[in-house]
Every structure is written in structure tokens, then in C-alpha cells.
Design a protein around this ligand. Structure first.
Ligand code: PBG
Length: 327
């Protein structure tokens, strides 16, 4: 007689049986690569706080987009960094603004082979660094900002983008963008709503990547990290306003939110593994403190397991390669 009768370890005995019973798999096609394009560059420039991530020139962006497609990633999310900024972020709406030019470049290069997405927000384009237009007393004016987002969405759609990602957390932004796109004949452009976006300190390195001018913080429009039910309200509103996909951001510190959002709605749910999540792993790995590749795959698997069907990650190309070796 042996004891115990029930031995879960039997299903962990070999790599083959572990692979057979694996519940969660990440596919390269579910990964989306965020990419930065900086106006006026002639070649790519590294971002110090994001080792391995660069600000692209228009040329290097096109080449890197091809590389991403060849690696099998499911999509690309574009962020523009303009040379000059103004109070209203006018370069975001300008057809010749860096982001709109980059959308045209990338769509022409790989537009049939992947999903091209663009960040729809003013913070990269405003001299004050806020995601919207300011009131005379320095607050962020929700409804004036909506009009700017509508114009920006139409400019991005005209440049050929497949999916716009409103990320400013203004009330009503998804509805306004949907109506503006439809009125301009862009019914086929989808909306990926940054529905549950927290006022997170994990965005630090991103601010370097876009040379953010922000002083202060975004707590009057992004969500308080303490709140979960508020996310469900945001997500329900965005779906009602016409969001095709919803996103939770950041990812790893908010897996409970991700699981709750997954249970709440039936549109595809995305998660954004943000710059600070990436930088923490890279920094620990550079010190030899963790096994970098295993940690990368473990974080992506955890985010997938919690309920994300799509993951935005700066490791998209490398992770796609690691996953191909594994399966
Ligand atoms: C706003 C935007 C931000 C990020 C993506 N879109 C910055 C912010 O809200 O402050 C952060 C992404 C990251 O940290 O990787 N345009």
C-alpha cells in the first residue's frame, strides 16, 4: 500500500507531460509591439531607461515593422514624438505630424500583414505634457479635449490606421471618437479603448521614450490604483460607447482587474505590459539576479492566464521567437 492515493506530481514528471497538460499558451499572434517614432532623427536612438527599446527614425521604423511582421507578432502600436510641441498638441491632428506620417509609412510597408494601431492621446504633443487641453486654471478640460480627440482620430484614420487607441481617460472619449470616425466615413476603423488605465508610477520610462514634458501627475483623469470596481464601470461605459476592444493597463500589478474585466464583458480584452514592468525585469536581469528569458515568458503567461487575449509588450519580437522555439 502506498500513500497518498492522489498524486498531482504525476502530471509534472516530464517536459512532455507538462506540455500536454499546459492550460495557458501565449501565441505570437496575440502580442502587439509598441513602437516610438521621433521626428527629425536620421537613425534609431536608444532609450536609456528601456534597454533594447529605441526611438525610431521614419526609415528605421519601416524596417523594424517588417522585422516584427516576420517574427509573427499580431500588431504594432505606434507612438509619435514630435520635434516641437504647443499648448493644444496641434501636431497630433496635422496630417504631416510625425505620428500620422509614420502611420502612412507603416501601413504602406506592412499594412496587409499585421494590424496597425496608433495611440490616440495628446500628451506626446502638448507643451505641458497633459493628455488634454487645459482650462485657464490649469485643469484638464474634458469636453474641449474630446473635440481634439475626434479630430485626431479622423487624421489617424485618414492616414490608414486599422485601430485607434484612445488612452487619455477623458469621459466620453470612445463615443466621441466613434461618431467622428463614422461621420468621416471610417466605419471600419476599430477602437481599442484604454478602458481601465491607472495613474501608475510604472509609466516612468515611457515618459523618457516620448521626452514627456509633464510636471505633476495624471491623477485627475487616470484611475486610482486602489480601485477595482471603478474599472468595471469604465469598461462597461466604453463598450456601450462602441469600443471594439478594451484594455487594462498596467498588466502584472493589475491581474485581478484583468480577470474581473474578462468576466464582465465579451469583447476581446487586452493588457499593456508597460515600460516600468519591462524596465524592472531588464534591470534585475542585467545584475544577474533573475533568469531573463524565463521571467519574460512567465510574465506573459500570467497576464494571459488572468484573462488577456492580447498583450502589448516591448518584448513582442523576442517573445515571439522564444515561443516559437518552445512550441
Ligand atoms: C499616453 C500613454 C502612456 C503610456 C501609453 N500611452 C503614458 C501615460 O499615460 O502617462 C504608457 C506606456 C508605458 O509606460 O509603457 N499617451
Amino acid at each position: 500500500m502506498s500513500y497518498p492515493d492522489i498524486r498531482p506530481r504525476r502530471l509534472r514528471r516530464s517536459p512532455a507531460i507538462r506540455r500536454l497538460v499546459e492550460e495557458t499558451r501565449v501565441a505570437p499572434a496575440e502580442l502587439v509591439l509598441p513602437m516610438f517614432v521621433r521626428e527629425g532623427l536620421t537613425e534609431a536612438r536608444p532609450v536609456a531607461s528601456l534597454p533594447g527599446v529605441v526611438q525610431h527614425s521614419r526609415d528605421s521604423l519601416r524596417k523594424a515593422a517588417v522585422e516584427a511582421v516576420q517574427a509573427g507578432v499580431g500588431g504594432i502600436m505606434l507612438f509619435g514624438v514630435p520635434e516641437t510641441r504647443d499648448e493644444t498638441g496641434s501636431a497630433g491632428c496635422d496630417p504631416n505630424g510625425i505620428l500620422n506620417v509614420a502611420i502612412r509609412d507603416v501601413v504602406a510597408e506592412v499594412g496587409d500583414a499585421t494590424v496597425v494601431m496608433s495611440d490616440l492621446c495628446l500628451d506626446e504633443f502638448t507643451s505641458h505634457g497633459h493628455c488634454g487641453l487645459l482650462t485657464p486654471d490649469g485643469g484638464v478640460d474634458n469636453d474641449a479635449t474630446l473635440a481634439a480627440y475626434a479630430e485626431m482620430a479622423v487624421a489617424q484614420a485618414a492616414a490608414g490606421v486599422h485601430v485607434v487607441g484612445p488612452s487619455g481617460m477623458m469621459d466620453g472619449q470612445v463615443g466621441v471618437v466613434r461618431r467622428a470616425l463614422d461621420a468621416a466615413g471610417h466605419q471600419d476603423v476599430s477602437i481599442l479603448a484604454y478602458a481601465a488605465k491607472y495613474a501608475s508610477a510604472f509609466y516612468g520610462p515611457f515618459r523618457d521614450a516620448v521626452e514627456s514634458a509633464l510636471e505633476g501627475d495624471r491623477r485627475s483623469y487616470q484611475q486610482d490604483p486602489a480601485n477595482l470596481r471603478e474599472s468595471l464601470r469604465e469598461v462597461r461605459l466604453d463598450v456601450a460607447e462602441g469600443a471594439d476592444l478594451v484594455m487594462v493597463k498596467p498588466a502584472l500589478p493589475y491581474l485581478d482587474v484583468l480577470a474581473a474585466v474578462r468576466a464582465e464583458v465579451d469583447v476581446p480584452v487586452a493588457a499593456y505590459q508597460v515600460s516600468g514592468e519591462y524596465a524592472m525585469v531588464e534591470a534585475a536581469a542585467a545584475n544577474g539576479w533573475i533568469d531573463r528569458e524565463r521571467v519574460i515568458l512567465e510574465t506573459l503567461t500570467s497576464i494571459r492566464r488572468a484573462g488577456a487575449q492580447i498583450i502589448l509588450t516591448y518584448w513582442a519580437i523576442e517573445a515571439a521567437r522564444l515561443l516559437r522555439e518552445r512550441y
